[in-house]
Design a binder for this molecule. Structure first.
Ligand code: SAM
Length: 303
């Protein structure tokens, strides 16, 4: 099992995702002889998990069941142990696209936080790219390094426990892209530029407050970044429902028909009372879920 490669069968030592329902998933370290309690009953690792196919439906207890899924960055984001605020998949998808990331990209990131974004970045840049991630909180840096190892992605990432605003990313002239999720990103913009390749690249900063965005945009312009733009991603989920509508009754045929046509045509079958048609429809939400943050993007030109 690895977060960047799919395997068919669950093995001892894997991290599997126990998927309870649409709103609830939990990561489980698979260990022969261990048990995991879920609200639907117990899962016995040796018999219920090891050797089973990822995606299997596992019966736990007498009547309950869960799916056991191969880990992905998306499932990790909704099930990881939070040490900090994290980025979610809607923002992550936009960040990945706007930073133009692909297999082989070299990326610098700070702060690492709970590693939600880091796992998605690693999946995108694998198998030949590299992530340099900087986190100044020692326990967070150690914990995320441990998780990268357990998820078999540690060969793709270097974790540095330092202050990015003072000490930068620890690399010079290597990054295709830089991502910042720290309280004072404007203090790290100079270090971002230093870390980036001579021929340029893309930078993104995530901030919840517009005052942070203003200062970051000023710093980006002062350091010669171009194409500075800020956006906010608001996800609008439509509710797909089945509705039943009464069939309209248009009365007798249209007057455009000749009298002879009308005379020759057999009468239509009588429409049953309350005839209706069933169809799928969607309704937009009344409110859009809350603001997460502003994403500011910029391009470093060739130097
Ligand atoms: C909101 S969290 C990042 C969450 C992360 N993007 C994720 O998706 O899991 C911000 C992190 O930045 C770290 N941090 C704040 N200022 C920093 C700095 N100057 N240098 C390095 N890390 C910093 C904090 O310790 C915290 O863990």
């Amino acid at each position: 099992m690895s977060f960047v490669e799919y395997s068919d069968l669950i093995q001892d030592g894997d991290v599997a995702i126990v998927y309870l329902n649409h709103n609830s998933a939990m990561p489980v370290k698979v260990q022969a002889g261990s048990q995991t309690q879920t609200r639907y009953g117990v899962i016995r690792h040796s018999t219920d998990l090891i050797g089973q196919r990822y995606g299997s439906k596992v019966t736990c207890g007498k009547s309950g069941w869960v799916y056991v899924l191969h880990p992905t960055p998306e499932l990790w984001t909704v099930s990881l142990p939070h040490r900090t605020q994290i980025l979610y998949t809607t923002d992550i998808a936009t960040i990945t696209m706007m930073l133009e990331l692909k297999p082989g990209s070299v990326v610098c990131e700070s702060g690492t936080g709970s590693g939600s974004l880091s796992h998605a970045l690693l999946r995108t840049i694998a198998p030949t790219g590299h992530l340099h991630t900087v986190e100044f909180h020692q326990q967070r840096a150690e914990k995320v390094a441990e998780e990268f190892k357990e998820h078999h992605v540690d060969h793709l990432v270097t974790v540095r426990n330092q202050d990015v605003c003072k000490d930068g990313f620890g690399v010079t002239g290597v990054a295709d892209a830089v991502f910042l999720d720290i309280p004072s990103p404007w203090e790290a913009v100079g270090h971002a530029k230093t870390a980036m390749k001579k021929h340029g690249g893309r930078v993104c900063s995530f901030s919840p407050c517009i005052e942070q965005v203003q200062r970051t945009c000023e710093a980006l312009a002062d350091h010669g970044f171009e194409e500075i733009s800020t956006l906010e991603v608001l996800l609008r989920v439509h509710d797909v429902r089945t509705v039943s509508l009464p069939l309209p009754d248009f009365g007798p045929d249209s007057p455009a028909q000749s009298e002879q046509e009308v005379a020759e045509k057999p009468p239509p079958p009588a429409a049953p009372n309350h005839a209706s048609v069933t169809l799928k429809t969607t309704t937009p939400p009344r409110e859009i879920p809350g603001h997460t943050g502003y994403l500011t993007f910029a391009t470093k030109p060739r130097s």
